[in-house]
Design a protein around this ligand. Structure first.
Ligand code: CMP
Length: 136
């Protein structure tokens, strides 16, 4: 089973991408596709469309377009739920010790990594960045 992770612009800018990826690999995830991208405003708005009415939508889009990020299709058994566990709560102050966000996130917004929150969204989000032919 596959899910989508995005190493966000804060973690890329502070040179933590390698440590985040090592953490995910140690947790049993295999990278099936990866691509360094600078999201356009339209891409970020489309990716986060479910949050369009939320007060944090504009700052979220501004942050996600502020620098390069690293979307990755990750595979392991029960990938969606396991990745959510490994990355921890949205707000690093609430994230369990040893999770990616507890270790590497700066704040609720600059929180190092995104992960799909359901199998349906994982399918949509992997396809958003990777055509089937690009998945190894
Ligand atoms: P992510 O998993 O990428 O999905 C939506 C993002 O919105 C979330 O991580 C946070 O980085 C960001 N965000 C900012 N403020 C909030 C908030 N109050 N509640 C939820 N998500 C927020």
């Amino acid at each position: 089973m596959r899910t989508l992770a995005i190493i966000k612009p804060d973690a890329m800018a502070s040179g933590k991408a390698g440590r985040v990826l090592a953490h995910l690999e140690s947790a049993g995830f295999r990278v099936r596709a990866a691509r360094l991208v600078r999201l356009s405003q339209a891409q970020a708005e489309a990716f986060y469309a479910v949050h369009r009415e939320r007060p944090f939508f504009r700052p979220l889009v501004a942050f996600m377009t502020s620098g390069p990020c690293l979307p990755m299709a990750l595979e392991r058994d029960d990938a969606v739920a396991r990745l959510r566990e490994v990355i921890g709560a949205t707000d690093p102050r609430e994230a369990a010790p040893g999770t990616v966000r507890a270790l590497y996130a700066e704040s609720k917004e600059r929180n190092a990594i995104h992960a799909s929150d359901s199998p349906e969204n994982a399918t949509r989000e992997v396809a958003f960045f990777f055509p089937e032919a690009d998945l190894a």
